[in-house]
Design a binder for this molecule. Structure first.
Ligand code: RIB
Ligand code: CA
Length: 322
């Protein structure tokens, strides 16, 4: 399956990128970046670095996307992902060898379905700004995506950005509203399932200690050591969530969206029409509404947790730190 990843490459996006590129069932056609967890310049830099460390010979193209939401001013999340999106490693991260694609993200998102067989899917794990713009400029291309899997929303659980909103939908509620009401074949992976299980710090630490891919020197100055870079980034990400909620670990929101694109049976879904509140105190809130002219999206309501942890173990933890 050909796949495009649209990401605001922060820590859990990076884990999802590793998962996708370590999955032989996927051909990652492109990665497009959007501002969210960090400014889009950082998201692009992070994506270039991680893809070239994963596939030094021929990394997939990384295209630079929207630097701000459609209407709202940009909000980033340095407290969660670090000021650079990878746990604040910027000052010790190497400069990527590859440059971003010359085409902007929206152009690449629209071009890919036209340039090959139509089994291409798209996973969006950041604010939906790029997708909304691509829908406005080339709706035919967007309709050619076989599946669009979106990490976002919170329905029967509290939000993670204020009391009711999930971060991606909060940052660009207008884009989320346009995309979710576009009539495309969309599956939403909300906090309701992504926060039902976490990658535990114990699981990570024990593997890092036993795997031998990192040592104290590499952790101090990761250089181009992917295992050290990702460990330091996850350490920062988990520390925030431990401080905030006492969780022993971190939620792998975006890795679940990629897993659902790979193995749809990992989730159970229900069809519904979704309204996204675009302004006011409930900005970013996602609400189930009666279907309007039959237009619905599929909302993930259940998760096979053990399958998800097996996928993380096999396609992220072992290849990176094992
Ligand atoms: O609310 C969680 C989502 O917002 C994840 O995609 C995280 O990376 C941030 O983008
Ligand atoms: Ca994300």
């Amino acid at each position: 399956m050909r796949i495009v990843l649209d990401m605001d490459t922060g820590v859990d996006d990076a884990v999802a990128m590793v998962l996708a590129m370590n999955s032989p069932e996927f051909e990652v056609e492109a990665i497009t970046t959007v501002a969210g967890n960090a400014p889009v310049v950082q998201c692009t830099r992070n994506s270039l670095l991680i893809t070239e460390l994963l596939r030094p010979g021929d990394p997939p193209p990384v295209a630079h996307g929207a630097c701000e939401p459609l209407v709202q001013p940009l909000i980033i999340a340095p407290e969660v992902h670090g000021h650079d999106g990878l746990g604040g490693l910027l000052d010790s991260l190497p400069t990527p060898h590859h440059a971003a694609d010359t085409r902007p993200a929206v152009e690449l998102i629209a071009a890919i379905p036209h340039d090959g067989p139509d089994d291409v899917s798209l996973v969006a794990s950041g604010p939906l700004t790029n997708l909304a713009i691509a829908l406005r400029t080339d709706p035919t291309a967007m309709a050619a995506y076989r599946r669009i899997v979106i990490m976002g929303g919170a329905f029967d659980v509290p939000g993670n950005t204020g009391p009711v909103a999930e971060f991606n939908f909060y940052v660009d509620p207008d884009a989320a509203s346009e995309v979710l009401n576009s009539g495309l074949d969309i599956t939403i992976i909300p906090l309701d399932v992504t926060m039902s299980t976490a990658l535990t710090r114990d699981a990570l630490e024990s593997l890092v200690r036993s795997g031998g891919r990192t040592d104290t020197q590499a952790l101090a100055k990761p250089g181009r050591n992917l295992a050290a870079i990702l460990y330091r980034a996850l350490d920062y990400y988990m520390s925030f969530q431990e401080d905030e909620s006492g969780l022993n670990g971190g939620f792998m929101h975006d890795a679940l969206a990629v897993s659902a694109a790979l193995f749809p049976s990992i989730i159970t879904t229900r069809p519904a029409s979704v309204e996204v509140v675009t302004s006011g105190p409930a900005r970013g809130r996602s609400l189930v509404r009666p279907a309007v002219n039959g237009r619905t999206v599929n909302i993930a309501v259940g998760l096979d947790e053990s399958m998800f942890h097996e996928i993380l173990e096999e396609r992220v933890l072992q290849p990176v730190w094992g």
